[in-house]
Design a protein around this ligand. Structure first.
Ligand SMILES: Cc1ncc(COP(=O)(O)O)c(C=O)c1O
Length: 368
């Protein structure tokens, strides 16, 4: 049996006609950048997340960069963030001229208990990353931020629909960014991103910033960039948004099947289970083992594609050498990078495929 890590072709099958019709509608209308579809998507996505405003942009990286810029974060400022994340989280901080300050992780996420001791007079913001679809413990983070007068910018690229204490990821911070990259829980058929906020001022800043700093034709109120969401992508995202809760539910069902199927394997650490406070959307299903490379090869030989998020923590990447972090400075993030393995999980994966993955993992540990 072959089990792909992800199959968009299969997930799109049920909505293929609607996608084709949405594309045709935009082609017939003849407006391709920032029009009716983008406005409608922004309204609908803001409603889904539970914020007053959403601004569609060109990528998740841009959504995070514009969020930081809108909050006035720049030269000399420090931003607290995890090292066990996608490179783009750090890049956004660098893009505005600020300094990323990594904080250790616990259960994949920024460790709220370790935030306080790295706060300095230069700290301006905390960037919690809801990694793998798990919401960060936002009550503690928001309390600390308000105590120290810091902004919160959530990176919810991997957690569209996840909830912390009944509130959606992407609705806690002053300005938050998500990616709409095709493989995200909500993904376009190309690049895209969105900023969410309750602040009209931030939404207006972002609307101008994504369009060369111009909210009104020929009037440039700031130095902006070009990061606009296409009409075709927005029309596609509107269709997909209607299915997002159902797809997230399907991911949860698959995760439960993995939890049950792998329960007996003592050599692996399973990811955290959902709780009353934390409702993840299983963007990834990530196991941990110190036999990762061998297991990954064994599964590949059995026709199962897996992936690693992420193989090297950002503080040890060459591009960040100037920050001076040595191996051993963030032991948990470094351990995760050596032990995490992402299993196939996506809407449309079949029960027998999940069962086959579990059987092969069980089989692998019997060979040792
Ligand atoms: C956690 C996280 N942050 C930011 C990004 C950046 O998003 P994009 O690739 O749309 O720029 C991604 C996407 O890969 C991500 O997973």
């Amino acid at each position: 049996m072959q089990v792909p890590f992800y199959s968009l072709t299969r997930s799109h099958k049920a909505i293929r006609d609607a996608l084709d019709a949405a594309i045709a509608r935009v082609v017939n209308q003849g407006q391709f950048v920032l029009g009716y579809e983008v406005e409608q998507f922004e309204r609908e996505f803001a409603h889904f997340i539970g914020t007053k405003y959403c601004v569609g942009v060109g990528s998740g990286l841009d959504a995070l960069t514009i969020s930081l810029r809108a909050l006035g974060i720049g030269d000399g400022d420090e931003v607290l963030l995890p090292s066990h994340t996608c490179h783009a989280t750090w890049l956004a901080v660098l893009m505005v001229g600020a300094k990323p300050v990594p904080v250790e992780v616990a259960h994949f996420l920024i460790d709220e208990g370790k935030l306080k001791k790295v706060i300095t007079s230069k700290t301006k913001a905390i960037m919690p990353v809801h990694l793998y679809g798990y919401p960060c413990p936002m009550d503690g983070i928001m309390k600390l931020a308000s105590e120290y007068g810091l902004s919160v910018v959530e990176d919810f690229a991997q957690a569209q629909g996840a909830m912390w204490n009944g509130k959606r990821a992407g609705s806690f911070g002053r300005a938050n960014g998500t990616s709409l990259y095709p493989t995200k829980n909500l993904g376009a058929l190309g690049d895209g991103g969105a900023l969410t906020t309750d602040s009209e001022e931030i939404a207006n800043f972002a609307r101008a910033h994504r369009n060369y700093g111009s909210a009104e034709k020929n009037i440039h109120t700031q130095l902006g960039i070009n990061s606009r969401l296409d009409e075709i992508q927005a029309a596609i995202l509107r269709i997909k948004l209607r299915h997002l809760s159902q797809w997230n539910q399907e991911r949860l069902v698959t995760a439960k099947r993995y939890f049950e199927g792998l329960d007996q394997v003592k050599e692996i650490l399973l990811p955290p289970m959902p709780t009353k406070m934390s409702l993840p959307v299983f963007h990834q299903f990530v196991i941990q083992t110190n036999k990762r490379e061998k297991l990954m090869n064994y599964l590949a030989d059995s026709g199962i594609e897996t992936s690693i998020h992420y193989r090297r923590p950002i503080h040890l990447q060459k591009a960040y050498g100037h920050l001076g972090y040595a191996k051993g400075s963030l032991p948990e993030a470094e351990r995760l990078s050596e032990q995490v393995l992402s299993l196939p999980i996506w809407p449309g994966i079949l029960d027998e495929e999940v069962d086959y993955v579990c059987e092969q993992i069980i089989g692998f540990f019997k060979t040792l």
